[in-house]
Ligand binder design. Sequence first.
Ligand code: ZN
Ligand code: ZN
Ligand code: ZN
Length: 407
Amino acid sequence: MDSSFRRNQYGVKTKTLRGETVKSQGEKQIADYFLENRIKYTYEDQAKTEVSAFRSEISHPDFYLPDYQVYVEFWGLIDVGESKDRERYRKNMDWKKEQYANNGIKLISLYPWNLNDLDGSFKAEFEKVLGRELVTGPVGEKSVYALPISKDFEKWLLNDIPSKLMSRTLQLVYLPYFFVEYDCFAQTRFFYETVNLESHGMLVIEGQNGAVADIALHSGVSPQIQQTGCFSGCAVIQQRELERSKIAQMASFSKIEAFPTKISRSDAERIARVEIAKHLQQTFRKQLKNRVETKTLRPYENNVRIISVDLMHVPLVTGVFQYKNRVYQRMMQSTTCRIVGDDFAYCNVTERNHPTESVILCEECGGLACKDHGKQCVDCEKNLCVEHIRSKGLVLKKYYCPRHYPK
Ligand SMILES: [Zn+2]
Ligand SMILES: [Zn+2]
Ligand SMILES: [Zn+2]
């Protein structure tokens, strides 16, 4: 491409796949790259930033990526025109870059020669500026790339919810999780014998805060980490491209949101090594003539080998239920339908969790009560908690609401 041709191209306004008018072919290529790779962007004057003073000072930045809070500028005229013009353009560019730096605003710079390998250049620059690798999506303008939502999710989400709470809103959030397959092997000598500790499994790490979310043991000794089973079942399921409209058809979600990772793949590996080593141990015993000798073997972090790391976006649906002034929520991992957070496992009377029982909703106070602490009026079938219901009889108790309580 010779430079005069490029200059001509630069002046030609063109339309992106998404439909906005941009200043050049280069900007179009970048915008379309963002769209196709599920990177949310805003273009020029649509850009929203808290630093408005800064914005007016340096005019409009080309692109803003809200998920990563980073600006992208395409320096399209860096190598075109007379050397005098180039000099002026370069000076202006340096000044702008300085403004970004001085204001602590992250900026990714792209140049015409990056367009030949836009994907590679953008990813490299992203890593340099943000200090972590680019993880795109999963929610784009038209599609979502994530684990699928089970067809039965609503049935399980609403299972055993008191009927008075059936009016609700559903919120869908995609959260990133790292599925780390590990293998641990440690060895020591114990009474002239070699003894081994072995453990092979998969650790699930939340991609926003690095917390351990779940573990599944494949063989060997189990680390002392709680197996919730809430996420481990997702490991065998593949991410898919899903049209947004199809997701919208599944249920009337009041919002669909996605969050990118805040930790990198190597962070996830490091966390897995630390957690596995910290929570694994095996005690060996030996019966001697008149005593028992024991030895406990604990692995080192470098005994833990990482086999694979998969990053997947898991759909989590929260049902928000309202009654009088109270709001109740239940959150479900909606790929294999596991409840991960549940207000309905709680009894307001004892202020304790009753995880296996269904609860009733007291129509007087709006509180939830387990079967022991919530009853129905034998006359009107109104549900009330023990604080608002009255009973008659000693052996065969009957329960009444205050209105139907016999005089
Ligand atoms: Zn009550
Ligand atoms: Zn109770
Ligand atoms: Zn009654």
